[in-house]
Design a protein around this ligand. Structure first.
Ligand code: UDP
Length: 247
């Protein structure tokens, strides 16, 4: 029987209360049954975007694995009485890549600037010896025939792990729209992970991550993010307070 993931609900969005091992085991089991798995790395910004964008909202709610990625999300879930820790999407993706290298699973990477992607591939192959990247394409293509060709070429390469870095909501919509072409694959929207793997951007130091302050580091190193967070985070906090902290 297929494993069920423990689920909580926040502002109408399901979130899975999982650690890395549980999420990874669920994915491996699903893939062994030839199921396609869409993974969403949920944070408050995405939820607030979803409230304005019904297509995104539906996709977030229907994803197979919904990881508690955002610090604000974990704060709200803990207020509800759940015992949960942040599971950053980048760390989950790295554990999938490690598994892929160890078990010879083919990987596809779509997204980021061409030079960033090339550097990320080089670094990932050094970090995970044996990693088999069967398809890669940068993320600056037109959403028309060019996209159709990229999707088809990617599917023809038969990847088992597809990491898509096109930003929210494009990457979630892209995965949802095309997942039928990827039977038995896990598909993850990875945001800025390729930029980190390329060395172009740095993750917060470990002490900041431990304190769930990675978001603070990101806005201090990429100040343009302040506007985005400013637009969404206060709204999230207000909505969570208004909804109360009942489960
Ligand atoms: N990106 C892309 N094509 C686009 C827009 C963005 O490939 O048309 C890439 C961008 O280069 C970056 C990633 O998508 O690698 C999005 O990163 P970001 O940190 O902004 O993600 P988010 O905050 O939306 O999760």
């Amino acid at each position: 029987m297929a494993t069920q993931l423990k689920e909580a609900r926040l502002l109408g969005y399901p979130v899975h209360l999982v650690d890395k091992t549980q999420a990874e085991t669920f994915v491996q089991e699903a893939l062994s049954r030839q199921k396609t798995v869409q993974v969403v790395t949920l944070n408050p910004e995405m939820m607030m975007q979803g409230d304005e964008n019904p297509v995104l909202s539906q996709i977030l709610k229907a994803a197979d694995v919904i990881l508690p990625d955002g610090a604000g999300l974990v704060w709200a879930l803990r207020k509800q009485g759940h015992s949960v820790s942040r599971l950053p999407g980048i760390e989950f993706s790295e554990s999938l890549l490690k598994w892929a290298a160890e078990t010879n699973q083919p990987v596809a990477l779509v997204g980021a600037a061409e030079s960033v992607l090339a550097l990320a591939v080089e670094n990932l192959q050094t970090r995970f010896p044996g990693l088999r990247i069967v398809y890669q394409h940068h993320g600056f293509f037109k959403p028309d025939e060019e996209e159709a060709k990229i999707v088809q070429a990617c599917a023809d390469a038969l990847p088992k792990i597809v990491l898509v870095a096109l930003g929210v909501p494009r990457q979630e919509i892209w995965i949802h729209r095309h997942k039928a072409l990827f039977p038995g694959a896990v598909m993850v929207g990875v945001g800025g992970s390729l930029d980190v793997w390329s060395g172009k951007t740095l993750r917060a130091p470990a002490w900041m991550r431990r304190l769930n302050l990675e978001w603070l580091y990101r806005i201090s190193s990429e100040p343009w993010r302040i506007k985005r967070i400013y637009k969404t985070l206060p709204m999230f906090v207000v909505k969570v307070w208004l909804a109360g902290f009942d489960r």
